[in-house]
Design a protein around this ligand. Structure first.
Ligand code: NAD
Ligand code: UDP
Length: 335
């Protein structure tokens, strides 16, 4: 029996693939490489010493997807496939609804047809909107999102909940990730955004690598953060990957249900703390300038991760130092 990973060649999917293979699971990856590269597959094999099946398909292509379900014994699915650039989603909402939401619907329909009813879905802290408090707890539920990307996550969470209402033999795990950074300690897989990055860590790495001359720090006059710069709950991608193994174990144990968890550390670090830690552990300069706030940014938010610890036995273990060291190690290893 295999775990199917749509989007498994991507940043979080590839690290989860490694953890699944290391825990003895069989996996199948499907990806169309719209935001990843084929080398990732070889590197997953190098790290684990294990082989797996791969299909280069679009997960919204029903015919191709059905072939995968026909040819294999699939027990569960972890869906990573989708677009994730917040700014792009504002400019091209239909592209996001088409790929993320329509793709997910096709996937769920095919799962239903082949009687595969166990799924873990990559959701995001963005679904909380702006709840008016920095600490996010699962029970707060979905808020008003500020961009189409976030709305796709809300819609897919809702679709999964509706599927469960219609047929309560489904096992559904919804994982709300906070801010994943870092890379596998081997330096063989990591995050490599195309073009100018949006997120903080990839931007820091481009500056450290001298591809960009400085980092713009978006505001230093926020109230409620240590030094006035924005604060986020950064978590190491390997810790995050391990959360998926725990979620699958939970779904295996439970009869059925929809189980929703925050995956974060519970601590928020500011932009300046991130820059200073990156400089210190890697002994490299990261020039920066303070500029205007980025529209739509919240000052600070972080996970309440207690539910995941209590019910999944999952807790993030790696430090901010680990995140900064491993991110840079991946980039150095590539260049
Ligand atoms: P990623 O872009 O690195 O990985 C997504 C993968 O899906 C890529 O390999 C891409 O080629 C593939 N893909 C996209 N559309 C596809 C399609 N139609 N058919 C087949 N493959 C397709 O992103 P990631 O950072 O690994 O994120 C994985 C999931 O986690 C996404 O759903 C993302 O929204 C969610 N998430 C990410 C973050 C983050 O900060 N990285 C935070 C919260 C949630
Ligand atoms: N940030 C920044 N400069 C950048 C990118 C991000 O100062 O080039 C800040 C941003 O304002 C926020 C934090 O870094 O306070 C994390 O931003 P990111 O986009 O990585 O995550 P998100 O805001 O989506 O949680």
């Amino acid at each position: 029996m295999s775990v199917l990973l749509p989007g498994g060649a991507g940043y979080i999917g590839s690290h989860t693939a490694v953890e699944l293979l290391n825990s003895g699971k069989e996996i199948i990856i499907i990806d169309n490489f719209v935001n990843s590269k084929p080398e990732v597959l070889e590197n997953i094999k190098k790290i684990t010493g294990k082989d797996f099946k791969f299909y280069k398909i679009d997960f919204s292509d029903e015919k191709e997807l059905e072939k995968v379900f026909k040819e294999n014994k699939i027990d569960s699915v972890i869906n990573f496939a989708g677009y994730k650039a917040v700014g792009e989603s504002v400019k091209e909402p239909l592209k996001y609804y088409r790929n993320n939401v329509s793709g997910a619907i096709v996937l769920f329909e095919v799962m239903k047809k082949y009687n595969v009813k166990k799924i873990v879905f990559s959701s995001s802290a963005t679904i909380y909107g702006d709840p008016g408090t920095p600490e996010y707890i699962e029970e707060m539920g979905r808020g008003k999102t500020t961009n189409p990307y976030g709305t796709t996550k809300c819609m897919i969470e809702q679709i999964l909940e509706d599927i469960y209402v219609s047929d309560n033999s489904w096992d559904i795990g919804i994982l709300r990730y906070f801010n994943p950074v870092g890379a596998h300690e081997s330096g063989l897989i990591g995050e490599e955004p195309k073009g100018i990055p949006n997120n903080l860590m990839p931007f820091i790495m481009k500056v450290a690598n001298k591809e960009l001359d400085h980092l713009n720090v978006f505001g230093n006059d926020y109230k409620g953060t240590k030094d006035g710069t924005g604060a986020r709950d950064y978590l190491h991608v390997v810790d995050l990957a391990k959360g998926h193994i725990k979620a699958l174990e939970k779904l295996d144990k439970e009869k059925s249900g929809v189980f929703t968890y925050n995956l974060g550390t519970g601590t928020a670090y500011t932009v300046l703390e991130m820059i200073e830690t990156f400089k210190k552990v890697n002994n490299i300069d990261v020039p920066y300038e303070i500029v205007e706030r980025r529209p739509g940014d919240l000052p600070i938010f972080f996970a309440n991760p207690n539910k995941a610890e209590k019910e999944l036995g999952w807790k993030a273990e790696k430090t901010l130092e680990d995140m900064c060291r491993d991110s840079w190690n991946y980039i150095k290893n590539k260049s």
